[in-house]
Design a protein around this ligand. Structure first.
Ligand code: UGA
Length: 362
């Protein structure tokens, strides 16, 4: 598992090591620079943790041994934070394409199944956004793995550096399948939410994380929640537990998952960013017992101010999930309200109460 110490990797490890796969606890070799999200697992008897950068040339020998020995390689290593796409496009393209190139090639050479985490961003903008039909025609905005066009903006709008690198990586994997018989599965995540996502600014890291951590940080710090360009962008949000369940089904059904691309999301949990901010402050008020949060400020900010020049947005991401249902018998279950409540509760217990006590003491 490359990138085992991130948000998704840490939850996948939890599930595999505590519940097993197909009735047995697998042996997992995990690579990551950072162990903060998996410290509770590093001494598990079925887990070997290699702390380091798997893309480092010095690590290549060990990585090759690990990839050859494995039944499946899960590649989660990525830079996937929109605040970096237009400000650090070199790093973004390097991490998401160049650094992954060798891994894919090694899997092809070793004959090892590669389960690669791509992104829903490869779809880019919807066709609806070009015809201004207010989403009248689902065929113009619904995202289907094997038929929907992948639509990006111009090169100078560097938001697309990430989507483009990820798209090229998908095409490279597919090419290795065609030419060298690489067995692959590609996952396109659609906004996985849950505990341990990203970093809370000022507590777990610095900078601008994705929207969940931005809004949580604002609530914890009693600062306004900022809505980029009016908060009209829509996302479908899937709980991390449901998402991990989809991946576990892929691992348990290798024949069904082989050589397929899967959307993993939750159609029922669609929300605008304004709607998300309003829901989060209501749930935060409930979890904290502090009704003043019901009117917590929500302010508008332009994308140029928030992200800098060259940012553009994906307007809507409505996944078609028929393939996951058909081949994996998977259906997401957790409603948005429950996903947010579980996540807010986690962060409130971690940071909220301590902060409140510190404020009272002060
Ligand atoms: C990101 C990544 O680019 C994808 O690779 C990944 O698949 C996806 O997250 C995901 O979590 O699955 P995006 O949804 O655009 O894509 O990331 P966010 O930073 O969470 O932004 C969501 C929306 O909220 C955007 O419209 C953004 O402008 C807005 N936003 C963000 C705010 O309104 N306020 C904020 O404080 C932060």
């Amino acid at each position: 598992m490359l990138g085992c110490g991130g948000f998704v990797g840490s939850h996948l490890l939890d599930r595999c090591l505590s519940h097993g796969l197909g009735g047995a606890v697998p042996e997992v070799v995990g690579w990551d620079l950072d162990d903060r999200k998996i410290r509770h697992l590093v001494h598990h008897p079925n887990f070997i943790f290699r702390q380091g950068n798997c893309a480092d040339p010095d690590a290549r020998g060990q990585l090759l041994v690990d990839l050859r020995d494995a039944d499946v390689v899960l590649n989660l290593a990525a830079i996937c934070n929109p605040a970096q796409y237009n400000t650090q496009p070199y790093q973004v393209i390097r991490a998401n394409f160049v650094d992954t190139f060798d891994t894919v090639q090694m899997c092809a050479e070793a004959g090892t199944w590669l389960l690669h985490f791509s992104t829903s961003e490869v779809y880019g903008r919807t066709l609806s956004s070009y015809v201004d039909d207010s989403y009248a025609d689902p065929a113009l905005y619904e995202l289907e793995e094997d038929s929907t066009p992948l639509v990006m903006g111009p090169v100078a709008n560097q938001r697309w550096s990430y989507a483009c690198a990820k798209q090229l990586m998908e095409r490279f994997i597919y090419g290795c399948h065609t030419e060298f018989g690489l067995r692959f599965t590609i996952v396109r995540p659609l906004n996985f939410f849950g505990p341990r996502m990203d970093f809370i600014p000022g507590r777990e890291g610095e900078g601008v994380p994705r929207v969940l951590a931005c809004f949580l940080g604002a609530l914890l710090d009693r600062k306004p929640m900022l809505l980029v360009d009016g908060g009209m962008a829509r996302r479908t949000i899937v709980g991390i537990g449901d998402a991990v369940d989809a991946v576990v089904r892929m691992l348990e059904r290798p024949d069904a998952a082989a050589n397929q691309v899967f959307n993993v999301g939750n159609r029922a949990n669609e929300v605008t960013m304004r709607g998300l901010a309003e829901m989060m402050r209501r749930i935060y008020a409930d979890v904290s017992g502090d009704v003043s949060y019901l009117s917590h400020p929500i302010e508008d900010v332009s994308s140029a101010e928030f992200y800098g020049a060259g940012y553009e947005d994906c307007d809507r991401r409505m996944p078609n999930l028929a393939k996951a249902r058909r081949l994996l018998d998977w259906e997401p279950r957790m409603p948005l309200e429950d996903v947010l409540r579980e996540t807010i509760q986690y962060y409130y217990e971690k940071y909220g109460t301590g902060r409140a006590a510190a404020t009272r003491a002060a």
